[in-house]
Design a protein around this ligand. Structure first.
Ligand code: ZN
Length: 245
């Protein structure tokens, strides 16, 4: 694990200026009361999660964030070449690599869907530079998975170039966060920004990161040399300009 684990809860500190210890001897009495690192972001605590869930039950909120989808490409093809145990292990390792890269940027893993991960940056802990954080997390995922010593290095050799890899899509802007759904309540983000990030991910080939113009305009020098072109994305009437990073 490479992300920086903070000694106290970042959420409680930012919201209430309360130092809630998350690790080390000081955290032991807190753990006895069930206060421990959250599974969505280990630098937040279970009180944050609880407060958050209560607030969310009452209403939805609008927040400015970056949304990232990362999807393991070639997983279906891989399942023909590997045992189901090996495939499950690969997916677990993929989630771990994603979590590490996302938490390193203080992002939140909102959910995992099949072989994809959805993450938010700039929420619940606020960061003005959330678009930059999302790009760094995306680059981190690509390096951890597709790099020469990455998770998929051996597999891409046996399956051929481009057969297995991670496709990533990112957009930024206002989303609505809350609890949606009737039969199955789901605490998640919705809105056009979420849809666009998801479609950008679907358009990204293995090894690629595609970001919208909004993201490109917010990341300064990081995106200065990124080439953009129009993509026809499902659910969008107009072509959407995406930049390869
Ligand atoms: Zn907390």
């Amino acid at each position: 694990m490479t992300y920086r684990r903070t000694a106290i809860c970042q959420g409680c500190w930012q919201q209430m200026h309360l130092p809630i210890p998350l690790r080390g001897p000081a955290s032991i009495p807190f753990r006895m009361f069930g206060i421990r690192p959250s599974r969505m972001n280990p630098n937040n605590c279970t009180i944050c999660e609880l407060m958050f869930t209560r607030v969310m039950k009452a209403r939805t909120i609008e927040v400015d964030v970056s949304v990232m989808f990362a999807d393991l490409r070639g997983y279906t093809a891989g399942s023909r070449a590997m045992t189901s145990g090996a495939m499950a292990g690969l997916l677990d390792a993929f989630y771990d690599e994603c979590a590490d890269a996302i938490w390193e940027q203080d992002g939140m893993i909102n959910k995992t869907l099949g072989d994809a991960v959805m993450a938010l940056f700039g929420f619940p802990v606020r960061h003005e530079d959330h678009a930059e954080r999302a790009i760094h997390a995306a680059l981190g995922i690509q390096e951890r998975c597709g790099g020469p010593d990455g998770l998929l290095a051996g597999l891409s050799q046996s399956m051929g170039d481009g057969a297995i890899g991670v496709g990533i899509g990112i957009d930024a802007g206002e989303i609505t966060f809350g609890e949606f759904g009737r039969a199955h309540k789901d605490l998640t983000a919705i809105g056009e920004v979420v849809n666009r990030a998801s479609r950008a991910q679907a358009a990204a080939p293995a090894g690629a990161i595609l970001a919208t113009r909004t993201v490109r305009d917010r990341i300064g020098a990081l995106g200065a040399r990124a080439a953009g072109r129009d993509y026809a994305l499902k659910g969008f009437d107009e072509p959407v300009e995406l930049f390869a990073l």
